[in-house]
Design a protein around this ligand. Sequence first.
Ligand code: TNX
Length: 708
Amino acid sequence: MRRSHRRGRRLVALATAVVTLPLTATLSQAAAAPPAPDPAPYALVPQPVSQQAVAGAGFTLTPQTRIAVLSRDSAAVGVGTYLAQLLGPATGYNLAVVKDDRAPKNAIVLDPDGPKSLGDEGYTLTSDERGVVVRAHGAQGLFRGVQTLRQLLPAAVESPTRQSRAWTVSPAKISDSPRYEYRGVMLDVARRFYPVAQVKRYIDEAAAYKINTLHLHLTDDQGWRIAIEGMPELTSIGASTQSGFTGGRDWYYSAADYKEIVSYATSRFMTVVPEIDGPGHTEAALASVPGLNCDDKAKAPYSGFDVGISLYCLEDAAHIGNTRRFLAKVIKEVAKLTPGPYIHLGGDETPDASPEEYAAYVKAATSATTGRDKTVMGWHQLGQSGVPANSLLQYWGEDEDRESIGTAEETKSIREVRQGVAQGAKFVMSPSDHAYLDMKYEVATPYGLSWSGYVSVQRAYEWDPTTSTAKPDGTGSVVPAERIAGVEAALWADRAYEGSNGLPTPDTRWPAPQDYADYMSFPRLPALAEVGWSPRSAHDWNSFRQRLAQQGPRWTAAGIGYYAAHGIPWPGVVKTVPGAHSVETGGKALDNPGGSTTDGTAPVLWSPNRGPNQTWTFAPQPDGSYTMTNKSSGKCAEATGAAGGAVVQRTCDNQTGQRWKITPGDNDQYTIASAATGLLVTAASAANGAMVTQQPDTGSALQHWSID
Ligand code: TNX
């Protein structure tokens, strides 16, 4: 990775003579700078625990290359077959998978009899001219290692059609294992129904980044998506709606469909966690089963966009009994179809439930679950009522909750987490302001919501499970580190339509669920996958963005409609300083507060959203400097006074006080110096609201800005 940084800087420095500054090197420009010897020309996501340089050319596949599985174990042989199928379309090779071959030559060797110390998912991978060896303790570790092997091949290997080129595996020596055992992604198939084929495709996309759990949000107000024996209304009525759609006939998974999803997931070493949400988010059940309502009348099927609107009737013993019998039947059937250990019981957003009603639900749902030998999973709200000690709670609070920790006014979320911890529960971290894939990336994102802020790729990456329930300074975690089972990205689908800054109109465009999923998940799902897999010590945004950029061509080859987010040096994309940009340091953007149009207003730092008040147009001046005009105000950034003077906005006058010299540095970042004072634009801190002044060059990171 080091090389590409250096290469970028060199080229940018050369280019300062001309007015157009490339922010990233293009492939043709790269040829101009002779590359230094490169220990790791490949870019892996998630970053492995360790990788060593290996000299030499790497292993080139031929049609005769064999996939040699050093075992007769059917699961291990299955990984071999999977690998052959993965490599087949693009290479055009029909690679032979051989069992128990003891002296393989010209082979990719898969050895499932590696040391137990590798754990269930760890592996080692060595590749050189002679071949490739992936070693693990069992088939699952081989499967994870094969995902790494994929990324050592050219991006074109992901193409579904034959590409004629050499297929060389980069030389490498890798040793790897996950940080967390639970690395999940949730699909909201209740608000938008994903046909089986689209779920399978998503499983493959997620497995490529070593995600090992698929949480299916099967029921919500807008739809019930799983057939339950003996209750045909749940699907004939409850599955006839989606958010924004009515009149469906087959918007649910039959038992056979669900089994097909589960077995496909199993073949990708992924556990399916089915969620039956309650006691809220139950309008579809209430529309199907009259006795779940207090007036014993079925509700009308719901296709709207609200949350927190529904509740099972838990007011009296008779209705509690109805709910209990209903849940017992549903959970029995779901447990029967689910080989994985968990049933997710929801528990979120029940504004109208009294503590007694909520507790009645939790009691009914948890006893139905443990009665079928399944482990209870649920949103962290379940902590407010008695849950079994081995329960797994999913935390979805945000940075604001962290600010309340240890104060007299801890938020409800933090109090519920404390209760869950006291009961012995473990936790999966899905902080909504980092891990919710339905949050918009930025103001202009066509789908999604922003109630938890904008979740840029950097925000999806820059967090840590051990501090998601800690104070802002990282101390005092409410969940002890040993109770953290892992992380989960959640792709809700409330607003899976274009133009979702408002509610849909007759002209609204509805993307196929898979297009929505691709766009919202890539590149953020790989960011979250790295948070869950890679050691904390490997966590580094600059390294990640360089490696992530190299995944882009893989997604293009695979037909994944990803969002080419700003801030990532996608290969072949040339960025220039002239034009409109977000100007960022410390993960925060230069922001004209409230889009002020007043002369003298000082921009501050704020969470990036790429809205007009965070958009600055750089216009080149004859002396090589730039003016910076804010898009919301049309005013120019101006230096006031000497050292320590604020940067303010003022009506553009084209004087030197409004001209800025842009100088490239490391990591595609720049210093911005006043042409009048020579001082650098400097942020006081990386906090929201931090002042921005001019200061002498101190080398501080808060004097280095990305202009993207
Ligand atoms: C909150 S967070 C929900 C979902 C919505 C989501 C939209 C949580 C457990 N529930 O019902 O789909 O926000 O972002």
